[in-house]
Design a binder for this molecule. Sequence first.
Ligand SMILES: C[S@@+](CC[C@H](N)C(=O)[O-])C[C@H]1O[C@@H](n2cnc3c(N)ncnc32)[C@H](O)[C@@H]1O
Length: 382
Amino acid sequence: MDSSHDDHSSGFSHHSSSSESNQSKLATLHFDNSTTHSGTSCMPTLPEWAYHSRRCNDGRTRHTVESAPYMLPNDLTESDRLDAQHYLVRFIFKGNYNVQINPESPDLRILDVATGTGVWALEMAHEFPKAEIHGVDISAIFPTEIKPPNCHFQLCNILDGLPFPDNHFDFIYQRLLVYALSPAQRRQVNAELLRVLKPEGFLQLVESDGIVYNPGPQMERINQLSLETSLRHGVDPREVQTMKSGLKHSGYINVNSFNIALPVGAWGGKAGQLSLQNMHGLATIWLKGEVGKMNQDECDAALAVADTECEANQSYYKVWLVVGTKPKEPKKITNASSTTTMTRNTSEKVPVLVSTSSSSSSDIPRVSSSHYAEKNGSMSAA
Ligand SMILES: C[S@@+](CC[C@H](N)C(=O)[O-])C[C@H]1O[C@@H](n2cnc3c(N)ncnc32)[C@H](O)[C@@H]1O
């Protein structure tokens, strides 16, 4: 993170009014650099760094954890963007998950890695009332008080490892960490998720590389700004294009992947309009950020041109969905060059993508643990 963007002098005071929304309380806490936590009873166990964000030159706040390259803001504007993005992703994938989950399974545990505002975890907690749902994030922008009793959030830098035992979760979901992980860190996180996943548990990754395809000249400049900003932090968003092989390399089996085009602009109907708003939120970060350095007027003008181009060119994002399974019998392989946990693929079975019962209204396949086919194509239960 460019240290020139730090401004620890912006000493916002801490207000704790019971009538404030939970999120505005959190936001106020974020700006509070004081070391006393009196009045913060909603989050008594947060570590010190959780109470700090730094205000950058673009007027946005960001986390302060040195080892984490994530460069997007953590303010209320960003929370709004994340929530809207959640509904967009849920809309295009026709649901919150694309694996089969048995709601009656005993000790059903689900983890949302880098949960953001926690909106996905909250909806999962509602849909699976008998399950334990956990969400972790480096910024405390998730709810702490107003949430279902089966939903738990924790502050955690996933690069320090996850605060859960081995073989703990039936399903792990990780969405849009594209700007958070260097290639080496993505491998490290893949291995850590494998550790906490139960044997035969599922991992689902959802990512976009953040590139607007079919760009006009202005949109291409914004693409380049996003790439340059990310590379400065050691993150290459294009890496998400190879997540499928990354998961296989990390020891997952039954890895399936597909990507869909998400329109940007009114030409793409409702989803296109939502995605245009999302593009504005992201592009503003790049245009006004540490590389773009534009003021608001310049930013607005650039976005107006980009909008016209996206409409004319029928521009779109790509969104990847990758699903993998933890093998039944993981085997630790240590060699001289690597200490990564590797797994032995003992499965004779390969997955097929199946549609759910609502398939008539869905072209999105689901991967089901109970719908495996032998290599000869005949169906059998896993
Ligand atoms: C683009 S947001 C996506 C949030 C959520 N998964 C969603 O789809 O709505 C990326 C999230 O990753 C979190 N994050 C980034 N680096 C992290 C790290 N090292 N450990 C934990 N969370 C991290 C950020 O704070 C942010 O909430």
